[in-house]
Design a protein around this ligand. Structure first.
Ligand SMILES: Cc1ncc(COP(=O)(O)O)c(C=O)c1O
Length: 401
């Protein structure tokens, strides 16, 4: 048998670490498991009939069917970009289809933006904790990560990454003042802002706040003079499996992004764009209204259960939308160790340290309420809190001894 020496991997590839979340998700498919781990939509809420209709209609006419099966432009399906431009205008971002690039989910948007602006050693500023997928996407371009609120002794950031609404993993929303402050900070450093709006449509109470892209445009007068790239997605509303998202920003940045995407995958699957366009035109608002009401009930169930069962010394966020509650445990409890015990009790969550570039935050965890009904949430939080209480008493005995 011949033996093959594998090529030496690039330093970029060698530096990549397997995602704790994705590895964990492989374990949580047991039917008995109550999973607060995956931050994914409940598949029971997908509007299957809507997609069946969209496919039927697309394949009913040979001309649109042939278009759907063909290569298409890198920028994306024009009617979809027009629909998105209309929605962006409704949010105070006046733009044209040329300001929009369709991406393979917003995750591809993050990767392309990383490729566009990050050179090895550049500084990327993020909230800490922040979305693990953004850390992974940007890490491939070998930046240094810095906390947004870090004293600015180090290099000015080239890119500021923000999830202003119902962030993953904390569920927190940036105030209007914080949004203005982020723009001022970006101005001072000459940085690009990446506004990740993955969960923005999922507000359960409180008032919508202006997007950073809209605030940027309001002061500069035109999208062409803004410093914000807005990343949107249909994943949390219509379907993540379709892999359709977008970047909206000044054409001077969209044009080089188009070239980078061309090199990556030529274009997002034509048929998926046509189907998503069909579904969006037909039922986007109705679908959002429907899923908001289900997720709101689940969010309420999780907050109520935490209120009822959480032992002393445990703190948590109260999100106005999205899919996540962020829990801070007493200082001596390691959420990674807790997870091993929780899995034996058929409860899953994500230890919070996965969301810190430096692996800190050992006593934190992310709980997602998107996949469980109210009874599962009540039962799961009860068991988890019992476990936290037991571990806290054990740790107290050791620390106190
Ligand atoms: C904050 C955030 N941004 C982006 C994404 C990527 O979503 P997609 O690529 O499916 O649009 C996710 C997915 O979980 C997310 O939580």
């Amino acid at each position: 048998m011949p033996t093959y020496a594998l090529p030496r991997l690039s330093t970029r590839a060698l530096a990549m670490k397997a995602s704790e979340i994705r590895e964990l998700l492989k374990l949580v498919s047991r039917p008995s498991m109550t999973s607060f781990a995956g931050g994914i939509p409940d598949p029971a809420l997908f509007n299957v009939g809507l997609f069946q209709d969209a496919y039927r209609q697309t394949f009913a006419g040979p001309s649109i069917a042939r278009e759907a099966l063909q290569y298409s432009t890198t920028e994306g399906y024009l009617p979809l970009r027009q629909w998105i431009a209309g929605r962006m205008a409704g949010m105070g971002v006046a733009c044209a289809p040329d300001n929009i690039l369709i991406t393979g989910g917003s995750q591809q948007g993050l990767d392309l933006i990383g490729k566009l602006v990050i050179d090895a050693g550049d500084t990327v500023a993020t909230a800490q904790p922040t979305y693990l997928g953004a850390l992974q996407a940007f890490s491939a371009y070998q930046p240094t990560f810095e906390a947004l609120d870090a004293p600015r002794a180090a290099c000015p950031a080239k890119l500021i990454y923000l999830v202003p609404d119902f962030a993953n993993p904390t569920g927190e929303t940036m105030s209007l003042k914080a949004r203005h402050a982020a723009l001022a900070q970006a101005d001072a450093m000459g940085a690009l802002i990446v506004e990740d709006a993955a969960y923005s449509a999922l507000r359960y109470d409180g008032q919508d706040l202006p997007t950073i892209a809209a605030l940027d445009q309001a002061r500069t007068g035109s999208i062409e003079s803004t410093r914000t790239l807005y990343c949107g997605t249909f994943s949390k509303t219509l379907s993540p499996g379709m892999r359709v998202g977008w970047i909206c920003g000044p054409a001077a940045l969209i044009r080089p992004l188009v070239l980078l995407k061309q090199g990556a995958d030529l274009h997002t699957a034509t048929i998926n764009q046509i189907i998503i366009h069909h579904a969006a035109v037909d039922s986007f608002d109705a679908q959002v209204t429907r899923i908001r009401s289900v997720y709101r009930t689940r969010r309420d169930a999780m907050l109520a259960a935490l209120q009822r069962y959480a032992p002393e010394g445990v703190h948590w966020t109260r999100p106005e939308g999205g899919m996540f509650v962020w829990v801070t445990l007493p200082r001596h409890i390691d959420a990674g160790d807790l997870l091993k015990q929780a899995l034996r009790a058929d409860i899953a969550f994500v230890p919070g340290s996965a969301f810190f570039p430096d692996g800190s935050g050992k006593n934190t965890m992310r709980l997602s309420f998107s996949l469980c009904d109210e009874a599962q949430i009540e039962g799961g939080i009860y068991k988890l809190c019992e476990l936290v209480g037991q571990v806290a008493r054990r740790v107290e005995m050791v620390v106190g001894a």
